[in-house]
Design a protein around this ligand. Structure first.
Ligand code: GLC
Length: 523
């Protein structure tokens, strides 16, 4: 089946991330599902996004929110079934919306048949089983050195970079390659337009699982051999045509990052450096320059991301003293000015959507939702919190079910008010429902709606910095001019013929602090 998207759609697409568990509940059990998404497709169409990325919807014990897959060819019964996924893909396509699924190749669920067989002593070489722990690697979820090993009843140990419920696969095994190539084909055959690759830089391990050593390549991060896998995957995507990969590559070195985007590898990768960047003009300018400079030589489009299901929501982040994001320094319950955070998140949205390349919107970002920090401990589910023994609050706070309508929970998330959402929603979200925000010119939702519509006029235009004061970011996209004021004072607008969109009211011809504007410059 050929992709119905426009050629190379992924170069400038706006992609909306659906976290199925928390988007919309169709069957009334308090958990989001595919029926809920199907009901809300008209909303996504109206919002104006080009494609949807679904975080894993496969069969899974949900030990890590679905990133612990027990069957890559089945939909978890909590969400629906394969037939419903096929219907959803067809319905989205009929609206001109593409679909991206999420493939998790670094690890599988301990309930996957391969690991169950391994426990019985069959096919252990598909994993990393050893007689005793051979290194002191630290889990990607944090914690103590050596916590990547778990012992099975017969005494052997297996490697897991994440939760013990997520055993790492051994990518030197030909069956592992064959299986994932078949899984790619399975979903491409079902018409998906793109595939996100989870933890894309971690698949290949140091052959002896040796410990970190000064001057040596990292034992499991970004090893050169990983690129062979993506070259092969790219060939498969090319066979289908107009399908795109997006890699989850956390990589501070822009050149190493761009290696994943060489013309015979991945089409795109998440710009997590932009996501992590503080609300600081110099730092943002530098990230934008690094991004554009590193992508240009490999001919890949940049991506721009402000949030996802793993990080503190921007409205909260930008309302704190430390506006940068990092897992290591992530804070909780520190003083937060949500009004300030919201002003900045609005400006950041116009910055992100003004930049050249594709952009990602994480569900609820368009509603200006904040991180929910008062979820009772016994309701929290994220393994990141458990592994850090509670010092890291985990990622549940950005995964709370969306508010759609009405005055009280579940705010239209579920079809009846009887259902309790799987994570509690703040009462204050009654002012943040889709219903409450629709038609309100001051709302975040209306800002995103306008921006997505206007963006189409310049999404293919060239980028060039425009002159500005040091604390102001200003750039041209064809005849459009985008200005973001990160200084503490209002600044004079540059010459223009029309004000197209602002994140805050202008004070005469001046742009207030923490605000952005899209102008037509007429030249
Ligand atoms: C990625 C996902 C995250 C998950 C991890 C392990 O970072 O975004 O949610 O926990 O991979 O699969």
């Amino acid at each position: 089946m050929s992709s119905q998207m426009s050629p190379q759609w992924w170069r400038s697409a706006v992609i909306y991330q659906v976290y199925p568990r928390s988007f919309a509940d169709g069957n009334g059990d308090g958990v989001g599902d595919l029926a809920g998404v199907r009901n809300r497709l008209p909303y996504l169409k109206k919002l104006g996004v080009d494609a949807l990325w679904f975080t894993p919807w496969y069969a899974s014990p949900l030990a890590d929110g679905g990133y612990d897959v027990s069957d890559y060819r089945a939909i978890d019964p909590l969400f629906g079934d394969l037939e419903e996924a096929e219907r959803l893909i067809a319905e989205a396509h009929a609206l001109g919306i593409g679909i991206i699924v999420d493939i998790v190749p670094n690890h599988i669920s301990d309930q996957h048949v391969w690991f169950q067989e391994a426990l019985q002593g069959k096919g252990r070489d598909r994993f990393w089983f050893v007689d005793e722990p051979v290194n002191r690697w630290i889990s990607e979820f944090g914690g103590q050195p050596g916590n990547v090993w778990t012992q099975v009843p017969d005494g052997q140990w297996y490697l897991h970079l994440f939760d013990p419920a997520q055993p790492d696969l051994n990518w030197t095994h030909p069956e592992v390659h064959a299986e994932f190539e078949a899984v790619l084909r399975f979903w491409f055959d079902r018409g998906v337009d793109g595939i996100r690759i989870d933890s894309a830089g971690l698949l290949v391990k140091e052959p002896d699982l040796a410990d970190y050593a000064e001057g040596q390549p990292h034992p499991f991060r970004d090893r050169d051999e990983v690129h062979d896998i993506y070259r092969r995957w790219r060939q498969i995507a090319e066979e289908y045509g107009n399908r795109a990969f997006v890699g989850e590559v956390w990589m501070p070195d822009p050149v190493r990052f761009a290696n994943y985007l060489r013309p015979d590898e991945l089409h795109t990768a998440f710009n997590l450096e932009f996501l992590c960047c503080a609300w600081d003009p110099e730092k943002l300018r530098q990230v934008i320059n690094n991004t554009l400079d590193s992508h240009a030589p490999v001919g890949a489009p940049a991506t721009w991301v402000l949030s996802n299901h793993d990080v503190t929501r921007p409205v909260t982040r930008y309302g704190r003293e430390d506006t940068a994001f990092s897992f290591a320094t992530k804070t909780h319950d520190t003083p937060t000015d949500l009004d300030l955070g919201t002003r900045r998140a609005r400006a950041a949205a116009l910055l992100m959507l003004g930049l050249p390349g594709s952009a990602y919107i994480y569900q609820g970002e368009e509603l200006g939702l904040w991180e929910v920090e008062d979820i009772p401990a016994d309701l929290r589910q994220d393994p990141m919190r458990l592994r850090s023994t509670g010092t890291d609050p985990g990622r549940d706070g950005c995964r709370v079910p969306l508010p759609w309508s009405g005055d009280q929970p579940p705010f239209g998330f579920s079809p009846t008010d009887v259902a309790k959402p799987w994570l509690p929603q703040p009462a204050a979200w009654k002012a943040y429902t889709v219903e409450a925000q629709t038609g309100d010119p001051h709302s975040m939702l209306e800002l995103y709606l306008s921006a997505l519509q206007l963006r189409r006029d310049f999404q293919d235009a060239d980028f060039a910095w425009a002159p500005s004061e040091p604390d102001v970011l200003a750039f041209r996209r064809g005849e459009h001019l985008i200005v973001v004021n990160l200084s503490p004072n209002a600044v004079e607008l540059p010459e223009h013929t029309e004000v197209l969109l602002t994140s805050r009211f202008l004070a005469g011809d001046r742009l207030p602090p923490d605000a952005a504007v899209w102008l037509r410059s007429g030249s």
